[in-house]
Design a protein around this ligand. Structure first.
Ligand code: PEP
Ligand code: MN
Length: 347
């Protein structure tokens, strides 16, 4: 439930609402906003008796949130949430940052050269997995802790913030030491213990849609993170399984306007896992931006033919640079901007 305050309600009136909510045995989440101030009520299993709150001075309206995902819903917060993972790298506003890099961190030479290439092309953040959720236990599983150290090195060399995946609770704490944004992969979208852990860690989270998850499931998973007090969640459409084997997954671009309608959280698109094929990445990246994606996640490898994972969908650095030029044009056409990364110097 949500208590919406009148325009110009005083801080004493807001404080009184919080006091009464707590007296009633619930938790209050004050939300000052551009359009209105509201106090969210959490900790209630069922319907809360609104009459006591409606009568308080400064209260305009009490809204029962109809969706099962509450704090994630637009009813809860009409303004877009802008998630800033590093200075100048913000998702959910006018800018559409591009996160790029290899599927996995493989070596110092590979990750530093990938980082330099994507930075020079205008990417805003570096991706690369140190902990890899592979379908086969015999496939490359990632460099683990060593991979995180190499990401930290690439960040020092290029200034790019880091987005990298955590697969379990212990890994999440390790990842949090290095990452500016913790990625939760498709296979772990419903790992509720991990979602609670990253909710408590409090760093920005990139939450990928599970390969057989509905949009409703995705939003409920995000709710686990917000319920722990972390509102810094970026959703990611990365394709769902379909009957068609022509592409690896089916990138669901309609998820972008659907999420924007239902939720205030930003959503980015991953055309690399969404298609699995290098030649499809550019067209779907352009389409995703045109559909309103708040950013993109793109796999780029200095030598895709030698990649230890996802080489077939990884762009060559030159292809990525050409695509970035096109993406700047698409963004401009819809009144948005692909930000240029500022930190080209060593930091
Ligand atoms: C990845 O980003 O490399 C990855 C494993 O993605 P997903 O979880 O979407 O399969
Ligand atoms: Mn990958």
């Amino acid at each position: 439930m949500l208590v919406v305050m009148r325009h110009g309600a005083t801080s004493a009136e807001v404080a009184r609402v919080i006091e009464i909510v707590e007296e009633m045995g619930y938790s209050a989440r004050p939300m000052p906003g551009a359009q209105r101030t509201a106090v969210g009520i959490v900790g209630n299993d069922g319907r809360v008796d609104a009459s006591r709150l409606e009568a308080l001075s400064g209260v305009a309206q009490v809204i029962h949130v109809t969706q099962p995902y509450k704090q994630v819903s637009r009813e809860w917060r009409p303004d877009n949430t802008v998630v800033t993972i590093a200075p100048g790298v913000a998702f959910g506003g006018d800018t559409t940052p591009v996160i790029a890099g290899p599927c996995s961190v493989e070596s110092e030479q590979q990750i530093v050269s990938a980082a330099e290439a994507v930075r020079d092309a205008g990417a805003s953040a570096l991706r690369g997995g140190a902990f890899k959720p592979r379908s086969s236990p015999y496939s490359f599983q990632g460099l683990g802790r060593k991979g995180l150290d190499l990401l930290a090195l690439a960040k020092r060399e290029t200034g790019l913030p880091i987005v990298t995946e955590a697969m379990d609770d212990d890994g999440a704490h390790q990842v949090a030491e290095v990452a500016d944004c913790i990625q939760i992969g498709a296979r772990n979208m419903q790992n509720y213990s991990l979602l609670k852990t990253v909710g408590r860690i409090g760093k920005p989270v990139l939450l990928k849609r599970g390969m057989a998850a509905t949009i409703h499931d995705l939003l409920l998973s995000a709710e686990y993170i917000l319920a722990e007090g972390n509102t810094q969640v970026i959703l990611c459409e990365r394709g769902v399984r379909s009957f068609d084997t022509a592409t690896r997954n089916m990138l669901d671009l309609s998820a972008i306007p659907t999420v924007h309608l239902l939720s205030h959280l930003p959503i980015v698109a991953d055309p690399s896992h969404g298609t699995g094929l290098r030649d499809k990445v550019g067209p779907m990246a352009r389409a995703a931006l045109a559909a309103g994606a708040d950013g993109l996640l793109i796999e780029v490898h200095p030598a895709p033919d030698r990649a230890l994972s996802d080489g077939a969908q990884s762009l060559y650095p030159e292809q990525f640079a050409a695509l970035m030029d096109e993406l700047r044009g698409v963004a401009a056409a819809i009144g948005r901007e692909v930000p240029q990364h500022a930190g080209t110097a060593r930091v």
